[in-house]
Design a protein around this ligand. Structure first.
Ligand SMILES: O=C(O)CCC(=O)C(=O)O
Length: 286
């Protein structure tokens, strides 16, 4: 039997133990010191059930209801399984006039970004006061489209003090591996030469965009000897990750539409990146 193949932006990578491993799960009862130690060691912390699943599904439903009901199966926006019919007549994802652009400015989404559980976690990681960073991208990937997040580091996109910024990656709904789960390159946050080596040599499918490292996740794994860590995420799970860890996603292969958001915090008073004080728009250039 052949190993199942995942792809990222169309580029194949076998789903085998050579290329993939499990994200470490952090015990919900871990102390603040343990959480910080794990974040330092791994560059991420996976927390199951960190958010109320119903609130996550509510946000998913409210967003998908902004689309033609023919976009999802059985008119079920909460579940949000792709019907196979792409929406028509919309501007590019996340630009003015697109539901994602409007949604990140909506009351329900702003309230979700301000959910106290996330703020408390950010303060735990900083061991001090945290401020929410306004710009909050929303990703929406359709199965069969071969569009996913290229391997990148957040520090390429957001300035400020690296140790004073954390990202909460939040899948908006269940996100099993074949739905395009987020992947983290094992221990990449601790490898000081990795970024430069990969940047210089890795193949790139978008020659005009120097920010991502590569779309070719197999190449990165072969070149660095590191595996991509992932899991089957459930609604309510989150990953807190460092701006220094390489991450990426695979193309959605199952009907469940892949929605996620990145909610970021910085240490209160730390120098900030003024571009991130505005609401996200997919064409804002950073
Ligand atoms: O949801 C994703 O695929 C990744 C998004 C991400 O990593 C980012 O916005 O920095």
């Amino acid at each position: 039997m052949h190993a199942p193949i995942l792809t990222s932006n169309g580029s194949p990578i076998p789903f085998t133990p050579q290329y993939f491993g499990d994200l470490r799960e952090t015990d919900a009862k871990a102390s603040a010191d343990e959480l910080r130690a794990q974040y330092q060691a791994d560059g991420y912390v996976l927390l199951r059930n960190a958010l109320p699943a119903q609130s996550v599904w509510d946000v998913r439903e409210a967003y998908l209801k902004r689309f033609d009901p023919g976009t999802y199966k059985n008119g079920d926006a909460r579940r949000g399984e792709f019907s196979g019919k792409l929406p028509t007549g919309l501007p590019m994802h996340g630009t003015k006039g697109h539901p994602a652009y409007e949604f990140v400015r909506s009351e329900i989404f702003r309230a979700f970004a301000q959910i106290p559980a996330l703020h408390v976690l950010a303060e735990t990681f900083f061991d001090g006061a945290a401020s929410l960073i306004r710009r909050t991208p929303l990703r929406h990937f359709y199965p069969g489209r071969q569009v996913a997040s290229r391997a990148h580091l957040d520090r390429t996109y957001i300035g400020g003090v690296e140790a004073d910024v954390v990202t909460a990656w939040v899948p908006l709904g269940d996100c099993p591996i074949r739905a395009g789960a987020l992947l983290y390159l094992d221990e990449s946050h601790r490898d000081v030469d990795l970024e430069q080596t990969v940047r210089e040599k890795a193949p790139k499918d978008r020659a005009n965009d120097a920010r991502p490292l590569s779309h070719d996740l197999k190449w990165i794994s072969d070149a660095t000897g590191k595996r991509w860590l992932t899991t089957d995420y459930k609604a309510g799970d989150i990953v807190i990750h460092s701006p220094a860890i390489v991450h990426a996603s695979t193309d959605a292969q199952i009907d469940l539409m892949r929605l996620s958001t990145d909610i970021r915090f910085q240490r209160a008073g730390s120098p900030s990146d003024a571009r991130w004080d505005n609401d996200w728009s997919a064409d804002d250039g950073y």
